[in-house]
Design a protein around this ligand. Structure first.
Ligand SMILES: Nc1ncnc2c1ncn2[C@@H]1O[C@H](COP(=O)(O)OP(=O)(O)OP(=O)(O)O)[C@@H](O)[C@H]1O
Ligand SMILES: [Mg+2]
Length: 457
């Protein structure tokens, strides 16, 4: 088997030193998920990865290190620079098409859609999970197998000026900005700054490259200007008649949706095992990007059909209720920002149920904007839900802003809310659970799906 990287290639790419036996078949930055033959890159975070090198050896791995450690190592000057150099080399040897995705919401979903659709066109490589930062992007590129025809790369940020260097490393042919929301506005200061940062994904775009931007966004023109400044051509997607990739029709039912798109004059239909219109928008962006990269949209759209929810991103299941009935659980526990909550509320509102219940935890990283953005959810929440349970100091602002008839219980954290929600459920309810990752809303999911759960719908 040809390794992912030969020793000679590793030396060339990183300027480091290693013996000829260092021929890794994979790359890892976490010894908990390491496989034999992987190159474990000893990065420094809260802990120093060099402390785990012995463990990596014990599992049959090689290691990239920047200290004197005996064993099957690739010795470099700095491990993060080494990983980045290997990412650049992974990208350089790839002769296919690269599509990069950013946005305030929907990055992973759109990347997963690209992965599925592109796989119908040729050998495809994509970021794992949400590996979208200064470690995740080079890791993804360094892991790209030889002979990859299509790559879907997720790029994210917490602060201004983080996306451009990752985009330059990725050198995409097509870039997507899914949507502009308020995620990380605490660090960025304004939605304009978020839009400018996201549009920087066009930095380092390949000559003749195309930026696929959300035409319906208030920041479309602003992002288009930035993308053009980076040398990209602009293609809008959305419902607006001006969009060249346009959603002509959309029908959502309780658990699925069907959309009709026009992609530069070509009509395609897509059926998703996902009810939200926002998911159809992500599909439109993915197909527009594939078309812009020269892929066959008919094949791609057919492959996309049946796309379902990712973990904690709208999964639906039936759960048992204390009165020996069943309720529908909408598991949105993975993360939350205000646009994602509004999108999930639309799905809750579309459910046939005796009562629609929203269980919401704080949206984090909003800085001084936090209290107002939580309060501002009140009208939409009150319209979509009959009863609202909240947890976290920021959600207290929403709780107070709700009409009394909608107010359920408010607690400080998810752990204390979980048993209250579990006891309150009744036969025929539909319940949405959503909050920032750090709020651990998954503990509420566990409380609701414990013994007696009836599995996936
Ligand atoms: N286009 C969209 N508009 C609004 N909400 C969306 C959209 N796409 C996905 N969401 C919702 O946003 C949440 C996060 O989705 P996803 O994981 O795809 O986003 P992400 O941008 O990768 O997030 P992260 O920043 O955590 O990596 C999910 O709850 C999902 O339902
Ligand atoms: Mg993600």
């Amino acid at each position: 088997m040809i390794p992912l990287w030969t020793a000679a290639e590793l030396r060339d790419a990183t300027g480091g030193e290693c013996g000829d036996a260092v021929n890794p078949t994979g790359i890892s930055i976490d010894t908990r998920s390491i496989a034999p033959g992987d190159l474990f890159v000893a990065l420094r975070d809260q802990r120093d990865g060099h402390d785990f090198v012995e463990g990596a050896f014990a599992r049959g791995a090689f290691a990239m290190v920047d200290r004197d450690i005996p064993g099957p190592v690739l010795r470099v000057a700095d491990t993060l620079a080494g990983l980045t150099a290997l990412g650049a080399a992974g990208r350089a040897r790839m002769g296919g098409r690269v599509i990069a995705v950013t946005g305030s919401v929907g990055k992973t979903t759109t990347k997963e859609m690209l992965k599925r659709a592109c796989a119908a066109l040729g050998p495809t490589h994509a970021s794992a999970a949400s590996h979208n930062n200064q470690w995740g992007v080079p890791l993804t590129l360094a892991r790209m197998p030889r002979g990859t025809d299509w790559a879907a790369i997720e790029i994210g940020m917490n602060h201004r000026h983080e996306i451009a260097p990752l985009a330059r490393l990725t050198r995409a042919h097509v870039v997507i900005v899914t949507a502009i929301g308020t995620a990380h506005i605490g660090h960025l200061g304004s939605q304009e700054a978020i839009a400018d940062e996201k549009a920087d994904i066009a930095a380092g775009i390949e000559p003749g490259g195309i930026a696929v931007l959300p035409q319906d966004s208030a920041f479309f023109a602003r992002m288009a200007e930035t993308a053009r400044r980076h040398g990209a051509q602009v293609l809008g997607f959305g419902e607006s008649p001006e969009a060249s990739a346009r959603m002509l029709a959309w029908r959502g039912s309780a658990a699925s949706s069907e959309a009709e798109f026009e992609l530069s004059g070509r009509h395609v239909m897509v059926r998703l095992d996902q009810p939200g219109k926002h998911m159809a928008m992500n599909a439109l962006a993915a197909l527009a990007a594939i078309q812009a990269a020269g892929g066959d949209t008919g094949l791609a759209a057919a492959a996309l059909s049946g796309f379902g929810a990712g973990a904690g991103r709208g999964e639906m299941r039936r759960i048992a209720t204390p009165d020996h009935g069943t309720a529908l659980l909408l598991d949105e526990s993975y993360n939350a920002s205000d646009s994602a909550i509004r999108a999930a509320l639309a799905v809750l509102a579309a459910q046939k149920a005796t009562r629609r219940i929203a269980v919401l935890g704080d949206m984090r990283e909003l800085g001084d904007f936090g209290p107002d953005l939580h309060r501002a959810l009140a009208p939409d929440v009150a319209r979509a839900a009959d009863l609202v349970f909240t947890c976290g100091p920021l959600m207290a602002h929403l709780h107070e802003a709700l009409p009394a008839r909608r107010q359920g219980v408010h607690t400080e954290d998810a752990a204390s809310l979980a048993p209250i929600v579990a006891a309150a459920l009744r036969d025929g309810d539909a319940v949405l659970v959503k909050g920032s990752l750090g709020m651990r809303m998954a503990s509420i999911i566990r409380a609701l799906t414990g013994p007696g759960s009836m599995g996936k719908d």
